[in-house]
Design a protein around this ligand. Structure first.
Ligand code: PSU
Ligand code: MN
Length: 309
């Protein structure tokens, strides 16, 4: 057959056998991102949580697909050796939408952000993706806006998270989501969770009680012209969630330290997260790990509900 154009993304997609079989058989599959492994969490917690999230998904009866870029290839369903490599290597890129082209052309390896993971999941035929927190609008000038937000507006998936990273301007992030037409579904909550804490004082656009309701909303949303994602927000588990005010104080302090030390650009998030963890005596890290597992489990339940509907 004559090929009029090449498709570099499709050519570089490598699905594991388990993931390829599950997609072919229309079974429940949950995509997982890898920036949380390469840039979001310290070693060895990053490795442990990547394995535990997959185990949660398997236990719930679905197939996990950790997505990453290795040597210019797009991996869908990383093996334990590949996850181990992602968790250790220092020279990993943080890959968002803009970074795929150089990654393909130059053979980069890296963790995929929420935006990049959505692009790959969609290309592979996966409909559900679970993560910790999405990117959003930053608090300080230049009010950096994460590429995750425009991606949510255009890529039709169910994305499960515990809100946006707590270090962001949540109000502005919700306004962006509203403007760009992304439903924000509170799973058993009226409030947009603040990642480490269950409350933010900000409303979701719809509250649901069951995963079947989420599946119904997703299918209805995707019937609209050029529909993007539905964002499911799942409050962090009660036992490990932190008080909103306490987290706010830690973040304020961390932001001041970042400014004082001149930390900028992509370095800001890792810096703030590690400072907040130090200030809270590791409590924020424990909350982060607990909510990641919690979201993996909910993602699996939603994928099962979608597969049945
Ligand atoms: N939330 C966290 N830790 C993280 C991220 C989010 O608590 O590491 C990652 C996700 O992969 C998200 C990315 O997509 O940060 C957003 O980065 P940016 O704001 O540069 O787009
Ligand atoms: Mn950014």
């Amino acid at each position: 057959m004559m090929r009029w154009s090449s498709d570099p993304l499709a050519e570089r997609l490598h699905l594991s056998r388990a993931v390829a079989d599950a997609i072919r058989d229309r079974q429940a599959v949950v995509a997982l991102e890898s920036t949380v492994i390469t840039h979001g969490l310290p070693h060895p917690e990053n490795l442990r949580i990547a394995i535990e999230m997959e185990a949660e998904i398997v236990a719930a009866g679905a197939t996990p697909a950790t997505i990453a870029v290795l040597d210019g290839n797009v991996i869908v369903g990383a093996s334990s050796e590949q996850i181990e490599r992602l968790s250790r290597a220092e020279e990993m890129h943080k890959i968002s939408r803009r970074d795929f082209a150089p990654a393909f052309a130059l053979g980069w390896s890296g963790g995929t952000t929420v935006a990049a993971t959505m692009i790959v999941a969609q290309a592979a035929g996966i409909r559900v993706f679970a993560t910790g927190g999405i990117g959003g609008v930053h608090r300080q000038p230049p009010h950096d806006i994460s590429a995750d937000l425009p991606e949510l507006a255009r890529t039709p998936l169910v994305v499960v998270c515990a809100g946006a990273k707590a270090i962001l301007d949540l109000d502005a992030t919700l306004e962006y989501l509203e403007t760009s037409g992304t439903p924000v579904i509170g799973y058993q909550t009226d409030e947009f969770p603040a990642f480490f804490s269950r409350n933010s004082g900000l409303p979701v656009s719809v509250r649901v009680e069951t995963v079947e309701q989420i599946a119904k909303i997703a299918k209805a949303h995707w019937s609209l012209p050029s529909a993007g994602a539905v964002l499911v927000v799942n409050p962090p588990p009660q036992e490990s969630a932190l008080d909103h005010r306490l987290v706010e104080e830690a973040i304020e302090q961390a932001i001041q330290q970042a400014e004082a030390q001149g930390v900028r650009g992509q370095g800001v998030t890792p810096f703030l997260l590690s400072r907040v963890s130090a200030i809270t005596g590791g409590a924020s890290l424990r909350a982060n790990l607990a909510l990641l597992k919690n979201n993996a489990r909910l993602g699996a339940q939603i994928a099962l509900a979608l597969a049945k509907s």
